[in-house]
Design a protein around this ligand. Structure first.
Ligand SMILES: [Zn+2]
Length: 141
């Protein structure tokens, strides 16, 4: 009976400690993905506007047919690869991949997490890039 209670307490303590860590971690990953997505969307828009420009340059005689075709192909390929990246990011990350990634990061001991908002920060950062909290105050220098 005592062993059972001790075991239960251990498991509860483990869940209590680990659960918020995982929850925070995944939300910080979402934040990173959001940023990447925004970046990709703006790249996509830029590429689209280049394509329009190329079309306009052809019509106004600034580009030859051949130049136009080359540029159009280049930008179309670029747009496709950006759209593919967006697609990959918008997909729900597989739980296994997520855990694998976390384990790998823990092993490499890379980065740190903001104690205020849980955002992931770069190793050596003094302030959280998400909420601006001081990340160094917990360390003894
Ligand atoms: Zn923060």
């Amino acid at each position: 009976m005592t062993i059972f209670v001790a075991l239960l307490v251990t498991v509860l303590a483990f869940v209590f400690v680990v659960y918020p860590f995982f929850r925070r971690r995944s939300s910080s990953i979402d934040a990173v993905d959001d940023e990447k997505l925004r970046e990709l969307y703006s790249k996509r828009d830029t590429t689209y506007s280049f394509l329009k420009e190329v079309e306009f340059d052809l019509q106004s005689g600034m580009l030859t047919d051949e130049e136009h075709r080359d540029l159009e192909t280049t930008y179309q390929r670029k747009a496709i690869s950006i759209l593919r990246d967006i697609d990959n990011l918008e997909k729900e990350p597989e739980v296994e991949q997520e855990i694998e990634k976390q384990v790998l990061e823990l092993r490499q001991n890379k980065g740190q997490f903001c104690s205020q908002c849980g955002a992931r920060c770069q190793e050596g950062d003094h302030f959280c890039s998400h909420c601006g909290a001081n990340l160094t105050k917990e360390e003894s220098n």
